[in-house]
Structure formats: structure tokens, C-alpha cells
Design a protein around this ligand. Structure first.
Ligand SMILES: [Zn+2]
Length: 299
């Protein structure tokens, strides 16, 4: 059960559970349970040809093109029917989806992919490092080991900097390992009202309960986090989108969306602010884990 909470992509330490048998209902740092995450959410257009089709707590994005559509992330295993409904509510046939992408191989973002692949017939693209977790339906380290999900076959492996194109939309893969070894962020230039914006479908960079040292299943984890923080500092993002709506203030922005007004999802400052806060959380958690092991703390 710890997996659900710790997979939540915030570097907020989870409250220790009470004595066995006395735990309160599982909830994330905002008091949301897994059932809350899976509540239905209306689908909506975020910007240009990018639509939100996820649930209340876990994201899925649809990128529409004249040659078919691309879907990023599958939510929880139990989210797949809601995502399918949202796609259809936009007037899109499931068979129009040609490509499936995944931010990272945790149960709350990869859980619905097997069903979505079955229903759409789309090809799944993923990084080499996350492929084994997707294909076994289980990650081998961190709290999410407690949350297996239906395995799904990866059809094509994507490398860092590689692009995936369909119908004039070109996504670029940025491998940002740490949260998982194959954590993949995607960027997409999107045009709206004559302006082109860089949209970021962010993987995640939170610690989320991952052991940062002494993990045989992922010995380079701390190095990977540091490298990912360093490289993301140079990535310009106009529209920050992430695996959980709470990470990018989705509902508050949605409420501010008005015809004729500036799109509230455009905020060229937000991504770097988010990263700076995540880096602080990471450093604090690294120090805490070293101290807990009686070790010294790296600068
Ligand atoms: Zn995760």
C-alpha cells in the first residue's frame, strides 16, 4: 500500500503509517486516496492540438493530428475505461490512436497501457531502461514494487533525443532518469493563435520514496538524478504538463480558461520554478537518507 503514496510525484515525505491494522485510509499528501485519483475528470483542450483525457489525479494527454492521434500515459490499471470514455467524448475513435507513449513505468502511469493498447491497436514507444518494467508489469526498486500492473509489450525503443512524428506533430524524447531508470520527458512544439509554444510532457523528478543510495537494482540512481537536474536546467518550456494535475496546477488553470483570454497553461517561468523546488526537496531527502544510514552528507 505504501507504493500508492510514494509514487505520488512530490518530494513530500509520507506520514508514517500507524500500528499494523490501525492505518487510516490510504491518502497522498493532499489527502487524496487512490479512488480519488481515479475519479472521472472532464476531457478538455489544453492548447493547440493537445487535450487532457486523464482522470482527476493521473494525467493522460491526447495529441491530435490529421494522420491519427498520440496518447501519452495510461493512468492506473483502473483508469483505462475512464481514459477511453474521455477520448470518445472528444469525438475520437479509439482506433484513431496510432502511438502510445509512457512517462515512466510506475503503476499509476503505465497501469492502463495494456488495456489501452488492446483497445486502440496502437504501437507503444518507450525507453530501453523502462521497457523491462513495462513488460513485466513491475518495477524492482522503491515503494512502487508493492503495486504491480498489467504488463504491456513495448513495440519500439526510443533513445535520448530521438523524435516520434505523426501527421505533422513531432515529439522529442528527453531521457531524464532518476524517478525511474528510463524516465522519459517529451517536448512538442504546438501552435495556437499564431504563436508556437514548447509543450513539455514531464516524466517526474521527485524522489517519491526511492532509496538514493545502496540500491543494487539501480546503483546509479543518485548520479542519474543529478544529471537530469543539470540537463533540464537548459530546457525551455512554455507549457508545463506532468503526470499528476496537482504538479502543474491543472484544475486552477482550467478554471481560468476563457474564450478570448490568454491561455493560463502558457507560463514560461513555471517549469524552472518547479525544478528549483524539486531540487531543494531532492537535496533534503538525500541528506536525510545519508543521515539515516549514519553516513556523511554530500554537498
Ligand atoms: Zn512515478
Amino acid at each position: 500500500m505504501r507504493g500508492f503514496a510514494a509514487a505520488f510525484a512530490l518530494a513530500v515525505l509520507w506520514a508514517m503509517p500507524g500500528p499494523a491494522g490501525a492505518q487510516p485510509p490510504q491518502a497522498d499528501p493532499f489527502g487524496q486516496t487512490r479512488a480519488d485519483w481515479n475519479r472521472p475528470h472532464q476531457p478538455f483542450r489544453v492548447i493547440g492540438n493537445v487535450y487532457y483525457v486523464g482522470t482527476a489525479g493521473v494525467s493522460a494527454f491526447l495529441i491530435r493530428t490529421p494522420a491519427g492521434d498520440i496518447l501519452t500515459d495510461g493512468g492506473l490499471p483502473e483508469s483505462a475505461p475512464l481514459i477511453e470514455k474521455n477520448i470518445q467524448a472528444l469525438g475520437v475513435k479509439l482506433s484513431d490512436i496510432k502511438i502510445l507513449l509512457n512517462s515512466h513505468a510506475h503503476f499509476d502511469h503505465a497501469g492502463g497501457l495494456a488495456e489501452l493498447k488492446r483497445a486502440t491497436g496502437a504501437r507503444l514507444y518507450a525507453s530501453a531502461a523502462d521497457k523491462p518494467f513495462l513488460e513485466t508489469g513491475r518495477i524492482t526498486f522503491g515503494p512502487s514494487v508493492a503495486d504491480p500492473f498489467p504488463p504491456v509489450k513495448v513495440d519500439q525503443v526510443v533513445k535520448d533525443g530521438e523524435t516520434v512524428s505523426l501527421g505533422g506533430a513531432t515529439l522529442t524524447a528527453h531521457l531524464t532518469p532518476g524517478h525511474t531508470p528510463g524516465c522519459t520527458s517529451w517536448t512538442l512544439p504546438v501552435t495556437e493563435a499564431g504563436h508556437t509554444y514548447q509543450v513539455m510532457f514531464f516524466c517526474s523528478i521527485s524522489v517519491a520514496g526511492n532509496p538514493l543510495t545502496g540500491t543494487p537494482a539501480y546503483p546509479n540512481i543518485a548520479q542519474d538524478y543529478r544529471n537530469s537536474f543539470a540537463r533540464l536546467k537548459d530546457v525551455h518550456v512554455d507549457v508545463f504538463l506532468a503526470p499528476h494535475g496537482a504538479q502543474f496546477g491543472m484544475d486552477a488553470k482550467l478554471q481560468r480558461m476563457k474564450v478570448g483570454a490568454a491561455n493560463p497553461f502558457v507560463d514560461p517561468e513555471e517549469f524552472q520554478h518547479y525544478l528549483a523546488a524539486a531540487r531543494k526537496d531532492y537535496d533534503a531527502e538525500l541528506a536525510r537518507q545519508f543521515a539515516a544510514k549514519g553516513g556523511y552528507v554530500w554537498p
